[in-house]
Design a protein around this ligand. Structure first.
Ligand code: FAD
Length: 800
């Protein structure tokens, strides 16, 4: 075993082997994998080996598509068999919501190039004759679904990696990972120490323990999981072709053919976490004891749904643990604040996702960024607020909801409230209906009178409709107030603060007393942030951006340090309120002795409001006259009482995130994670209008290339003839009878009383009178291109 290498991958499960292979594929051959036992010695060896593309997150679905297509390539490259069975699969729907979800997924697949299909009961009977069709409305058929041999596939990855120059050392247990002062690592094993630039934690069931060696807490937890293999079944072995997979969300089961019988696994409600206090090091190639009690209800349901099972005896039971993150997606990427330490953990569907995870991580390591938006699996989507006490109930919730319908407006209840601002009890007393964002409770809207304190999860317009409309009217007609606790906030200080900002941000950095809006670009010119920059003095700036991107943004900032600059994340130590609407200035003026009459749009000033020293920015995401008022959390309640009292004669009302997201539509404002994110560039989304071309900044070469040769697609806004459901994201856009683009987001503008959609479409299709169709829940709705905002066209409200 050599003592120096560029990368040490810890763990020889399917994920570690995929990472190793992809590193060699992208040209890094001086790489090594260390496995404490044999390959596949964690969850991998006892997996059912099923794979599918269906995933509520579009980027995850695309990665799953990549993984599945990779297997043939791997077989050809290595000459080894992955034991592929491309038998196709159906996901059943027994109620309207489940069917809506499948129809919406099918629509997304259109522009992703996935050949899925919605099928009715008659076709289901032909495809999967063992299904009891009572109550079944339809299903989604995916020809790519199938299963493979987990061990064969892992070994194929390993051989492909070796062919690319990688070394694999079995029976080599990693005992310590020690950072060195120069940013490299000493990986101590029971066979000696290896010096390396990069450590990849692909420890699977032991990822928590491996992380702890470097002082890293990874939010994942193992869960027990069980599947049964039946004896031979004539209805199966007498068929001419292999039976397709059947996913039955109502029964929380997946079923497939296994040899001459069947195999069925369950995501049961009375599920059990495993190894709560840590995975034992002596856990090896062993299974957990059979446990029929916890799957009793699931089995009874399965007997009704697949009557053939009742007659088939059980041949074997596989009961083993595998890991989940709180939201069920993998934990991938560089650990924020650390150099050369990478996560490839929490992969709960290694055979659907392992290839994509390996490719993304390898791209990140070798090129510095991935070719697509990986926010859904980025380890930085959880911040320092995460704890084992939070992870456990969230993982249980995720396991239980594995086959549930996921709604675009859904707020999951486990482990809440976790983080609250000083306003929590006041807003709660005013009827707040809460959502959670990055662990923080955020008011979605305020229920009044008999209105329920719970938003019905739905693909259609929800019961928050009236309340949202009421809050929108309050903002546009008088004034609304909400918290700014859920903005990411950063303080940048020092003699080189401006120079650093000029380098990191693509846009103009403002003069003292002023604000500017700027995109932040990656080296490849992708959008990795949309910031408001406030200049308080030549040596002190404030940045605001998305609250959920804090760890992501801090990681980037710390990866681009400069002498003479200090960057602090003050997201939770700076809070306050936003006042928005025509009466906003009058209300604020009633609380301060500072004269606001000459405070222009995009001015920033320090002032005392009530008894509290605040930083006030004249800007509002509602597109209206507005002020963001920042203060110390210890003073927030005092500030509230001052503003609320002064606001009463003016009709001040609280408003929540649902109203805010409706209001932004009136002015065509984009938002982070929807229109703005690493899948898109500044030129595609129109953010290039903020770029300052006469300076050097990260991503400039890529942005200039697009300036010289504009990109093929363009972000546009449509008014949609929607019925009872609006665009949420990724709905296909039909132009002249073909799918030409997709929606980034949308919703209902309660002020304009119009359904609005933001979409990326080919530049070649752009014309002023363009009438397209947007497919919402299977219905193609007429969509008219809008060339100018529909509210405050001259900007007199916003700037006045
Ligand atoms: C019953 C069951 C059925 C499943 N069915 C499916 C399915 O149908 N489809 C699907 O996609 N997924 C399925 N899964 C999930 C799948 O098994 C996992 O997603 C996958 O195995 C995760 O692989 P991994 O490489 O991340 O982790 P693991 O397989 O746990 O591998 C981690 C490896 O790291 C090694 N290691 C740990 N610590 C050290 C150390 N200190 N030094 C050296 N080596 C170390 C371990 O020995 C182990 O080999 C199933 C899981 C279970 C339990």
């Amino acid at each position: 075993m050599k003592s120096t290498t560029r990368v040490v991958v810890i763990g020889g499960g399917v994920v570690g082997c995929s990472v190793l292979y992809h590193l060699t594929k992208l040209g890094w051959s001086d790489v090594m994998l260390l496995e404490r036992s044999e390959l596949t010695s964690g969850s991998t060896w006892h997996a059912a080996g099923g794979f599918h593309t269906l995933n509520g997150d579009t980027n995850m679905a695309a990665l799953q598509g990549y993984t599945i297509r990779l297997y043939r390539e791997l077989e050809e490259l290595t000459g080894m068999s992955c034991g592929l069975h491309h038998v196709g699969g159906i996901t059943l729907a027994d109620n309207r919501d489940r069917f809506d979800m499948l129809v919406a997924e099918r629509a997304k697949h259109r522009y992703m190039g996935l050949e899925t299909e919605i099928v009715g009961p008659e076709e289901i009977a032909k495809l999967a004759p063992i299904v009891n069709l009572d109550g079944i409305i339809g299903a989604l058929y995916d020809p790519l679904d199938g299963h493979l041999d987990p061990s064969g596939t892992t070994h194929a990855y390993a051989r492909a990696a070796r062919m690319g120059g990688a070394e694999i050392h079995l029976h080599t247990k990693v005992l310590e990972t020690n950072p060195r002062p120069d940013g490299t690592w000493g990986v101590v094993t029971d066979k000696g120490t290896i010096h390396t630039e990069h450590v990849v934690n692909a420890g699977g069931l032991w990822a928590r323990e491996v992380g702890a060696m470097a002082g890293v807490y990874l939010p994942l937890h193992p869960m027990e999981h069980q599947y049964l293999v039946t004896e031979e079944t004539p209805e199966i072995y007498e068929r001419d072709s292999e039976h397709p997979h059947v996913m039955d969300p109502a029964g929380e089961s997946y079923l497939r053919q296994e040899g001459r019988g069947l195999c069925i696994g369950f995501y049961e409600q009375p599920c059990r976490p495993w190894a709560v206090d840590g995975t034992p090091w002596d856990f090896g190639h062993e299974l957990l004891p059979d446990d029929f009690d916890k799957i009793e209800d699931s089995i009874s349901f399965a007997f009704r749904q697949f009557p053939v099972l009742e007659r088939a005896g059980i041949k074997s039971v596989i009961h083993g643990p595998f890991t989940f993150a709180p939201d069920g997606n993998p934990l991938v990427g560089p650990i924020p604040g650390m150099r050369g330490y990478w996560s490839a953990c929490g992969v709960m569907a290694g055979f659907s996702q392992g290839g994509g995870v390996g490719l993304m991580l390898a791209q990140w390591m070798t090129h510095g960024e991935c070719e697509r938006d990986v926010s859904a699996l980025d380890v930085a989507r959880f911040g320092e607020w995460i704890s084992p006490g939070y992870t456990l109930p969230k993982v249980i919730e995720n396991y239980q909801k594995r086959f549930s319908v996921s709604y675009p407006n859904e707020e999951l209840p486990a482990a809440r409230p976790l983080r609250t601002s000083p306003m929590y009890d006041i807003f709660d007393g005013m009827g707040a209906v809460w959502g959670a964002q990055y662990g923080l409770e955020v008011a979605n809207y305020f229920a009044e009178g008999d209105e329920p304190r719970y938003e019905t999860p739905s693909f259609r317009r929800s019961n928050a409709w009236e309340a949202t409309a009421r809050e929108v009217r309050a903002v546009r007609q008088a004034c609304g107030i909400n918290e700014v606790h859920n903005f990411g906030k950063y303080r940048v200080t020092g003699p080189n603060a401006r120079a650093w900002l000029d380098h990191v941000m693509a846009g103009r950095i403002p003069k003292p007393g002023r604000l500017s809006l700027t995109p932040m670009l990656s080296h490849a010119g992708r959008i990795i942030g949309d910031f408001t920059v406030a200049c308080l003095s030549e040596t002190e700036f404030r940045l605001t951006a998305s609250y959920g991107a804090q760890a992501y943004h801090m990681r980037w900032f710390l990866q681009h340090p400069q002498d003479g600059v200090t960057i602090e994340n003050i997201s939770d130590s700076s809070t306050g309120f936003q006042l928005a609407g025509p009466k906003a200035r009058d209300i604020l003026q009633a609380c301060t002795r500072t004269d606001l009459s000459d405070m222009r749009f995009l001015d920033v000033r320090r002032m005392t409001v009530g008894m509290t020293d605040c930083l006030v920015q004249r800007v509002s995401y509602t597109g209206d006259l507005g002020f963001e008022i920042y203060c110390d959390p210890m003073n927030q309640r005092q500030l509230w009482h001052a503003l609320w009292t002064a606001g009463q004669p003016h009709g001040l009302k609280p408003f929540g995130m649902r109203a805010m997201m409706s209001l932004r539509l009136d002015r065509f404002f984009g938002s982070w994670g929807r229109e703005y994110g690493p899948d898109y560039t500044a030129a595609e989304t129109g953010l290039d209008r903020f770029i300052r071309w006469d300076k050097d900044f990260i991503g400039k070469a890529a942005a200039e290339a697009e300036r010289a040769s504009p990109p093929d697609r363009q972000l546009v806004v449509f008014e949609v003839d929607a019925a009872d459901a609006d665009v949420t994201a990724y709905e296909p856009v039909w132009i002249d009878g073909a799918v030409r683009g997709f929606c980034t987001s949308g919703g209902y503008s309660h002020w304009l009383e119009k359904s609005i959609a933001y979409a990326l479409i080919p530049r070649s299709d752009l014309r002023d009178d363009l009438v397209a169709e947007i497919e919402i829940l299977g219905r193609r709705c007429t969509a008219r291109l809008q060339s100018a905002p529909l509210f405050d066209v001259e900007g007199t409200r916003l700037r006045g």
